[in-house]
Design a protein around this ligand. Sequence first.
Ligand code: ADP
Length: 433
Amino acid sequence: MGYTALCANHPCTFIVGANSFSKQGQMSIYCVRYFLHAISKPLLASITSIKSESCKHKTFSDLSTRPLLSYNDGKWKKTPPGDVKAMVWVLTRRKILDLITWNSKKMGTNLNHIGVLTSGGDAPGMNAAIRAVVRACTHYGIKVSGIQEGYQGLIDGNMDEMDARSVAHIINRGGTILQSARCLQFREKKGREKAHDNLKANDIDALIIIGGDGSFTGANLFSQEFDIPVVGIPGTIDNDIYGTDFTLGYDTALNTVVEAIDKIRDTATSHNRLFFIECMGRDAGFIALNAGIAGGATEILIPEDNKTLDDVVNKLEYSRSAKKTSNIVLVAEGDQLGDTFKLAEETQKKLPDHDIRVSVLGHIQRGGNPTCADRVLGSRLGVAAVEQLLHGHSGIMVGLRNDTVTTETLHDAITKKPGINRNLMHVADIVSL
Ligand code: ADP
């Protein structure tokens, strides 16, 4: 594959090694950007775009006065501005990687090898994030290893190097190819020391942790105890992490719950029944509130609210008087009214003429192919996590706020609570009449 820099006044051609880049056009473009730094400013100013067969035109208006670089006698050298008028390069993959390593140092770090793991409850979209981490590392010329079974794999030294091809065909898969585990040893200092020893033994000098608040608590401790930069990616269907509008897996779980409600609704309507449906959400009602609105629930019970049994009964009596032919009460598992079967029993006592059933959705909410939103989120956060490490940051989580990738300290991510949207509760009350 060849690249040609189009110059208005100077003939200036960049040829990137044909055999090295057929699968990694993005990397080539990245390299070419840095080749351009080797050109004198006037010439740089005259370059308007780079053309390639596989990548869209890139403009270079963002190129500023970076250190100039040229390749001579087998070495990359800084070159004074103005010395270079035009260049022709034929590059091998090795030389490109040397150049990118130079760049990663320039970004403020000496990172050569990043480890990535998934920990705690699995969530759809984790694979998309793993894939993005691995490919971002490839893009920046950094080695990357996948650590199996979360913190347990760190302690057992269960890790393997990955490359862009080892994450092919996973963006559409639920669960996590690295597998996850709950690891008691990591809660102890001794276990974390062992994990640190294994990282050193494998020359891994930074970690990306994909998981929920438990995993981040471990990650935060680890980053404080050892000189290993750590960045977290929020992965949990519950959406209960402070510092991001969405966690990986949440959107997929929402859609699963809505689909389940739709199906249960069919039988509820056919038999004029009242269903109590329990969904996940031990500490947070994000799933219940949003899926309840989307599924047309008559009543939604979440931990952030304090509805009583009488509130539920009154709503159902009103619903019957309003001639509703089916009723769904969606209950987050952590709601203060407690066990959903007991709640149904208590309701039955107060409404003896209702035909009441209970359905607990359980683990189907964790599985399934990730939605488009979760795939895109995983991709964005995976790339951002690598870039944060390259910029020398640690002890943080990458997240998404107002459709912009942001960061939050791990400390705040685990100690602060994301608030439920009260306006959604207001909407739920109105649309369920
Ligand atoms: P999630 O990350 O989905 O919230 P868990 O709460 O099970 O899942 O946490 C996942 C793992 O994170 C635990 O198995 C443990 O290894 C680690 N972890 C959780 N809490 C702590 C803690 N207080 N100290 C150290 N490690 C922890």
